[in-house]
Design a protein around this ligand. Structure first.
Ligand code: GBH
Length: 442
């Protein structure tokens, strides 16, 4: 066996989504405003001027989406819970908001699927942002309470938890730079927010351990960083971006300390919370990124550069499956106490169309890259494709389509693409290849 079928028995295939990107229904059943409602209302923030106000209308159409998942046959489904539905002001309990996820989790379980719930996929209640957002330590304490409230209701049924989706992306693009909500642009002034979001992760892990038997992990974005040349200056620039993008967020979780003198005043108690043992470490991987030394006087210690010589997705992102193998083997080499890995997101955007052979090629090559890492001794337990549906792609609005299922944003009609059929077939073949031999009759 080679390739996808060589992935181990019990390997968990799945798909990923996030609340604000698919749900719509932003004013329903008592949901409060989040930083994404505010951000999308500001002119110039979103490429096509759109918002997630309707998105895929999953809030109303979830039974149809559940049927799609059942047809797909991949048993893992990762979704996120919208904090402002559960706690419209960031405190208390709006039971009607939590009811939605209660129905969804029951629906998933009765379809034979395993619910993986993310507690924070970037939709901070606006009231908490007004009070200082992630720059304020209190926001982390509020998040710990929110995690307890969710665990009390869903802890008996959710099989996997990701407290925070991509803390690095949320802080670096939302607080240091301006591409994602709340779009603050604080550069290095965002460092305290990084610590508070990691602390939020730690407090949520603690709350979930008390309130659930589900497995607890992360969903951390990793960009392998490449220097454009082997010059010392370019390698230095790559090390700087690697430090801020990857290590600032992975080291405290997996080593219990911040790298390179950053956040040196973080207390040992905080670091102990942040580095509690996890059942899995979730990796979101899309592509490597190249940098060069910055021009003199640049505010940042690196400058982004193009990666040439590889095909690109509709987003212009280079397709480099081998970088996923390197990432997974590199994590094992760097972190001695690394828990089992799960690829919690991987996927690509291409223009609308049902015959998405480019997406099939992307997914096939990346699954093989995971199998290659497993063959080299890395313990990878699952792979979740981003995404089930075309959806609201943050600053890029509806201009980038990542779905196995095409969504017509006029009619909200869903149509499975070729990649959907292909992925279903891989899952089926993997299951067949690992079916225990039947006991002989007679
Ligand atoms: C992941 O982010 C997210 O978890 C998921 O929600 C998202 O849909 C998916 O990947 C695809 O992007 O450069 O500031 O203008 C990965 C990081 C975040 C990269 C948004 C592209 C563009 C915003 N992505 N970013 S910005």
């Amino acid at each position: 066996m080679s390739g996808i079928e060589s992935l181990p028995a019990g390997f968990l295939f799945g798909t990923s989504t996030a609340a604000y990107q698919i749900e719509g229904a932003v004013a329903e059943d008592g949901r409060g405003p989040s930083i994404w409602d505010t951000f999308t209302a500001q002119p110039g923030r979103i490429a096509d001027g759109s918002s997630g106000a309707v998105a895929c209308d999953h809030y109303h159409r979830w039974p149809a989406d559940l049927e799609l998942l059942r047809r797909l046959g991949a048993p893992g489904y990762r979704f996120s819970i919208a904090w402002p539905r559960v706690q419209p002001d960031g405190t208390g309990l709006n039971a009607r908001g939590l009811d939605f996820y209660d129905r969804l989790v029951d629906g998933l379980l009765s379809a034979g699927l395993q619910p993986m719930a993310t507690l924070y996929h970037w939709d901070l209640p606006q009231r908490l942002e007004d009070a200082g957002g992630w720059l304020r330590r209190d926001t982390a304490l509020r998040f710990g309470e929110y995690a307890s409230v969710v665990a009390a209701r869903l802890g008996d049924r959710v099989t996997h938890w990701c407290p925070v989706n991509e803390p690095n992306v949320a802080i670096l693009q939302g607080y240091a730079q301006t591409g994602l909500a709340p779009g603050r642009g604080l550069l290095f002034g965002a460092l305290p927010a990084a610590h508070h979001l990691l602390l939020a992760h730690g407090l949520a892990v603690e709350a979930l351990r008390r309130g659930s038997h589900g497995r607890i992990g992360t969903a951390t974005n990793h960009f392998p960083v490449w220097p454009v040349t082997a010059s010392e200056a370019d390698r230095g620039a790559a090390a700087q971006l690697d430090l801020f993008w990857n290590r600032l967020f992975a080291d405290p979780v997996l080593l219990g300390r911040y790298p390179h003198g950053l956040l040196a005043d973080a207390s040992p108690d905080d670091l102990a919370l942040i580095s509690q043992p996890l059942d899995f470490y979730g990796v979101n991987y899309y592509n490597p990124i190249a940098v060069r030394a910055p021009a003199p006087g640049s505010p940042l210690p690196f400058e982004y550069a193009d990666i040439t010589g590889h095909p690109v997705t509709g987003f212009g992102w280079p397709v480099v499956p081998a970088a996923l193998t390197d990432l997974l083997t590199g994590l094992k080499a760097r972190y001695p106490a690394l828990p089992p890995l799960i690829v919690t997101e991987n996927g690509c955007s291409y223009p609308a169309g049902l015959d998405d052979t480019a997406r099939v090629d992307y997914l096939d090559a990346h699954l093989r890259a995971v199998a290659e890492a497993v063959g080299r001794g890395v313990d990878v337990r699952g792979y979740y494709c981003w995404s089930l549906l075309d959806n609201f792609e943050w600053a890029d609005g509806y201009t980038q389509r990542f779905g196995l299922v095409e969504v017509d944003f006029e009619t909200l009609e869903r149509t499975p693409r070729r990649s959907f059929t292909w992925y279903a077939e891989q899952v089926r073949r993997h299951r067949e290849a690992h079916r225990p031999p039947r006991a002989k009759r007679d």
